[in-house]
Design a protein around this ligand. Structure first.
Ligand code: XIL
Length: 313
């Protein structure tokens, strides 16, 4: 084995990357993306609601289709991301009268999941339903339907694409804590009600200036013990700039810990990094003053972190 994907596959896992349409004009970038290091792609933005249904009832799948086509040409699987989320939501959804939100949500899910039926192996059906203290986000969906919007979204997605693995995906649930407990109680309840739920997506947006999440392996295992898959869906480890040797060492430990936690849990099905190169990371624009989160640098050269990940796999 000599690529991340091959090392992961030897352990029965996939190793994927997020990508986005503007980057696909960068030929050296695409050459690495499709050159065997990765066997799974997640569109970073192209399947979100603001892209796919910017106006009510008018669907656009051009961008998502471009990522799907690229993946198919290179035998990579696709995680669909995402169907219901409070962010990157077009204004028309937030402005709907409460009584129209459920039908709009169900119509969006049905249309998009039908379009990508057979093309994505998994969907992040609901993204980021929780606040950090474990309470539900009071977004337009929760305000209209209460917590039942989650079961409704999962049932609607299952009806449209019965073959896709359906996930709820969130951040700050890597280790034990109030938010992970809230996710555990939600998915326990969904399972006991027979709602179609197959997995929990653990985003994995970590930072060297914060401690590594506690009890990550045990936390993944408790989801697995409910009969669910888990996946590391958006891994990156940012640091305050400038990059230093000390922070690189912390970052290497964090990546190693995440990979080892996943490999230790048989139902942890794979790891996706949130793009592979610092050139296209979301970090510098979202967290000003922070960066260097990924195993390839901004010149598309492998960093020592690449070998760290290989060693952990
Ligand atoms: C990010 C994208 O990478 C950015 O390009 C975009 O501007 C904002 O969203 N959690 C998620 C992802 O589930 O969809 C987010 O992606 C990162 C945080």
């Amino acid at each position: 084995a000599s690529t991340l994907a091959q090392y992961a596959e030897a352990k029965g896992r996939y190793f994927g990357s997020a990508t986005d349409n503007p980057e696909l004009t960068d030929a050296p970038y695409v050459a690495i993306l499709t050159g065997g290091e990765f066997d799974q792609l997640t569109p970073g933005n192209s399947m979100k609601w603001d892209t796919t249904e910017p106006t009510q009832g008018q669907f656009s799948y051009t961008k998502g289709d471009a990522v799907v086509t690229l993946a198919q040409q290179h035998n990579m699987s696709i995680r669909g991301h995402n169907l219901v989320w409070h962010n990157q939501l077009p204004g028309w959804v937030s402005s709907l009268p409460t009584g129209q939100v459920q039908a709009a949500m169900e119509n969006h899910i049905t249309n998009e999941a039908t379009h990508y039926k057979g093309k994505v192996f998994a969907w992040d059906v609901v993204n980021e339903p929780f606040n950090d203290d474990g309470t539900y986000r009071t977004d337009v969906f929760y305000n209209a339907m209460g917590v039942g919007y989650i079961a409704d979204a999962l049932r609607t997605a299952h009806a449209a694409d019965p073959g896709a693995k359906l996930y709820i995906n969130d951040y700050n649930i890597e280790g034990s804590g109030a938010k992970a407990d809230a996710m555990y109680s939600l998915v326990s309840s969904l399972k006991s009600q027979g709602v179609p739920i197959d997995g929990v997506g653990i985003q994995g947006h970590l930072a060297t200036q914060y401690g590594f999440p506690g009890n990550m392996q045990q936390n993944l295992q408790r989801f697995a013990d409910l009969g669910l898959d888990v996946a590391i869906t958006e891994l990156d480890v940012r640091m305050p700039l400038p990059e230093t040797a000390a922070q690189d060492a912390t970052q290497a430990t964090y990546y190693t810990n995440v990979v080892k936690a996943c490999l230790a849990v048989s139902r942890c099905v794979g790891i996706t990094i949130w793009d592979y190169t610092d050139k296209y990371s979301w970090v510098p624009s979202t967290f000003p003053g922070q960066g260097a989160p990924l195993p390839w640098d901004a010149n598309l050269a492998k960093k020592p972190l690449y070998d760290t990940i290989v060693a952990a796999l």
